[in-house]
Ligand binder design. Structure first.
Ligand code: HEM
Length: 502
């Protein structure tokens, strides 16, 4: 790769006000030894801007790498026209292209933390569709630790460093997890080699939640999204990850940037699992539960399109840092399910982004839709333009309805709005079919011997640093998932084998 720093074309330096900077080496002083003068606007402006160079990091997923690309639809799903299931325009025609911006990330630690840590990886895709933006904000693993959004801030606090020592502590992690039985499945993925993807290009993605699709007749299905890398999947053992980390803490960002830079564009196929839109009482588990996956033998992975990443961001801060993905950002034909974790996320993302990036974060080029848009939202910090001007809207009329022109509600032409019927008692309540250990046990038995050995070694290693009561509770969870699982962890920790049942 050529060194990007080597491009030596000179361009004249100015201030942000457009004034030429004839001397960028010396602040204006009284005599060569100072003091400095307050009239040196050029210096004050430069330092004042520098003082504000950082915005708050993402509270989670702070360390990330981004890229631009394109999504190409196949126009069908499972041998049928995709219109049977969804009217979303981006999927309809074979060969239809939609620009995307993708951000991969680690979760727990800060903006420059090592990329070799055992941690879920974020896989967030912004589709700039002709109907507005669609954000699919997923992870590499297909399930999650918890199923109720009320628990998320506590979970994140337990996973992040101790507020007094500033050290991440497995006692905190497993204290929380051992009191959260629904996390057993996710932990069984996370401590296997799947918990450290080799890089971002050889990693899967998953929307995790059940979403909904709606067709032109208003009929709905439940759907799960998955990204499958054309590069294949590669994970690291703990020892391999430690060897990389000894010399390089940016290896995944570097791998992605350099591959795109040399024209080796990474590619993923988008596959979906489709289920009828019902409670599916016949299952032992709830299809809306994000701690469960839908077994592929019953709900096959059906390809619907592919995505190629072909351009590095021109600037990391402007694009990768300020990009704002939101779980509530959907287009016509796509919808939510009643998954409670998903609904809690829907509030959280845009809320944090109004704070993290600013009120007008949607005016930034990386976040703005690429289709025409016109709202009556006005003002606020850093307002960059007035919506609707490009389409010739009357700039005086910033309200609706109005008899004086201005923006009008478009007429719905695409079929009825998704209108699920819900009924129930309002209250704080857990789901009926938790089945906390079922898929953890299935996963444990599905691993190869080598993956199982690595899982046991990693868990024993991490739990060895934990207090005995926490170890005991974790052994109980693993034994409930599979007696052999519990026995091997107990043996590794030098504990008596626990017999527990759900
Ligand atoms: C109630 C549960 C959750 C809450 C409240 C939550 C909240 C958040 C927040 C506040 C951010 C920072 C966003 C920003 O500053 O731009 C974030 C980032 C992210 N979350 Fe979640 N999260 C939850 C669960 C999940 C789950 C289940 C997944 C995966 C399916 C996920 C994937 C991501 C990803 C990929 C990012 C980074 C997006 C980016 O690259 O900008 N989160 N989350």
């Amino acid at each position: 790769m050529s060194n990007p720093q080597d491009d030596a074309r000179p361009v004249s330096l100015t201030t942000r006000q457009g004034h030429p900077v004839y001397d960028n080496q010396n602040a204006k002083s009284v005599g060569p030894r100072g003091p400095l003068t307050l009239e040196d606007y050029q210096f004050l402006e430069k330092i004042a801007h520098f003082d504000r160079e950082r915005v708050p990091e993402r509270v989670v997923h702070a360390r990330g790498a981004g890229a631009h690309g394109v999504f190409t639809a196949y126009g069908q799903v499972g041998g049928e026209p995709i219109a049977k299931y969804t009217r979303a325009k981006l999927f309809q025609e074979a060969g239809k292209e939609t620009p995307v911006f993708v951000r991969f990330s680690t979760v727990v630690h800060g903006g420059h933390s090592p990329e070799t840590l055992r941690d879920p990886r974020g896989f967030a895709v912004k589709f700039y569709t002709e109907d507005g933006n669609w954000d699919l904000v997923g992870n590499n693993l297909k399930v999650f630790f918890i199923r109720d959004p009320m628990k998320f801030p506590d979970m994140v606090h337990a996973f992040k460093p101790d507020p007094v020592t500033n050290i991440q502590d497995m006692n905190r992690f497993f204290d929380f997890v051992s009191l959260t039985p629904e996390a057993t499945h996710m932990v069984t993925w996370l401590f296997s080699p799947w918990g450290i993807p080799a890089n971002y290009r050889q990693m899967e993605g998953s929307g995790v939640h059940a979403y909904r699709w709606v067709n032109a007749a208003g009929e709905t299905h439940l759907v799960k999204y998955h990204w499958v890398p054309a590069q294949g999947v590669r994970n690291l053992t703990q020892a391999e990850a430690e060897a990389i980390q000894a010399t390089n803490f940016n290896h995944a960002t570097q791998d992605l940037y350099q591959a795109i830079d040399r024209g080796e564009f990474p590619e993923w196929e988008l596959r979906v699992q489709i289920m009828t839109d019902e409670a599916h009482e016949e299952l032992e588990w709830d299809p809306l539960d994000p701690t469960k996956l839908w077994p592929e033998d019953r709900w096959p992975m059906l390809p619907v399109g592919k995505m190629v990443l072909n351009r590095n961001p021109a600037n990391v801060f402007a694009e990768t840092e300020q990009v704002a993905f939101g779980v509530g950002v959907l287009v016509d034909g796509l919808g939510f399910s009643d998954d409670k974790l998903l609904q809690g996320r829907t509030f959280s993302y845009s809320d944090t982004q109004r704070y993290r990036v600013g009120t007008n974060y949607l005016q930034l080029p990386v976040n703005a839709p690429k289709c025409p848009f016109a709202s009556n939202q006005r003002d606020g910090q850093m307002t960059y333009g007035v919506d609707g001007q490009a389409q010739g809207a009357n700039p005086h009329i910033n309200y609706e309805p109005s008899s004086r022109g201005g923006l009008v509600q478009p007429v719905r032409t695409r079929g009825p709005e998704m209108a699920p019927r819900v009924e129930g008692v309002v209250g704080r309540q857990a789901i009926d079919r938790p089945a906390n250990y079922l898929q953890a046990g299935e996963r444990y038995r599905a691993y190869s011997d080598a993956e199982r050995a690595e899982l046991i070694a990693n868990l024993v290693g991490a739990l060895s640093a934990c207090n005995p009561d926490i170890q005991a509770r974790m052994v109980d969870h693993f034994a409930a998932a599979d007696p052999d699982y519990g026995a091997r962890i107990a043996e590794g920790l030098g504990r008596k084998v626990a017999i527990a049942a759900e």
